[in-house]
Design a protein around this ligand. Structure first.
Ligand code: FEO
Length: 173
């Protein structure tokens, strides 16, 4: 049986993860339009990962006999001033998501919901990685500045990113 307050908060987080997916798909479109297919690839994988995050939470609610409530996804930005601005937006967004996960974890502490806490530990670790990944690319872009060759090489590198199924979904879905 899933605690109702926790159920509501997880449903809100499902919506936040779907919004994140939508945001990153929009960023992929921006990068394609900007002639950076490697960066677009990086965001397309980000898009898939965010859908996975939503699905992990969805599966958890279902497994606890809870009710999944899917809500409308708000509009996302469609343009940025530069690729650096895109990745700075990514980092700021991931920091916001980290605070949402932390709030959710705090709620499970308040509600003595240890099963949900255990499930959320994967997300806490994932957020460390998400913030680090965005920060690394920002650092690279700041080093490169407007150097065309540097941008070309970074785009090539980000184009090699591949998708892998996250462990909570690899188990049984
Ligand atoms: Fe679902 Fe990028 O955190």
């Amino acid at each position: 049986m899933l605690n109702k307050k926790v159920e509501e908060a997880i449903n809100a987080q499902i919506n936040a993860e779907m919004w994140s997916a939508y945001l990153y798909l929009s960023m992929a479109a921006y990068c394609h339009g900007n002639g950076q297919p490697g960066m677009a690839n990086w965001f397309e994988i980000q898009f898939r990962e965010e859908q996975d995050h939503a699905k992990i939470l969805f599966n958890y609610v279902v497994s606890r006999g809870g009710v999944v409530t899917l809500r409308p996804i708000d509009a996302v930005p469609t343009t940025w001033d530069s690729v650096l601005a895109v990745f700075e937006n990514t980092l700021a967004h991931e920091q916001k998501v980290t605070s949402l996960i932390n709030d959710l974890f705090a709620l499970t502490t308040q509600e003595n919901d240890y099963a949900t806490q255990s499930m959320l530990k994967w997300f806490i670790d994932e957020q460390v990685e998400e913030e680090e990944n965005a920060q690394t690319i920002i650092d690279n872009l700041k080093m490169i500045k407007d150097n065309g060759y540097g941008l070309y090489m970074l785009d090539k590198e980000l184009g090699t990113r591949t998708y892998s199924t996250p462990s909570p979904l690899a188990k049984g879905e």
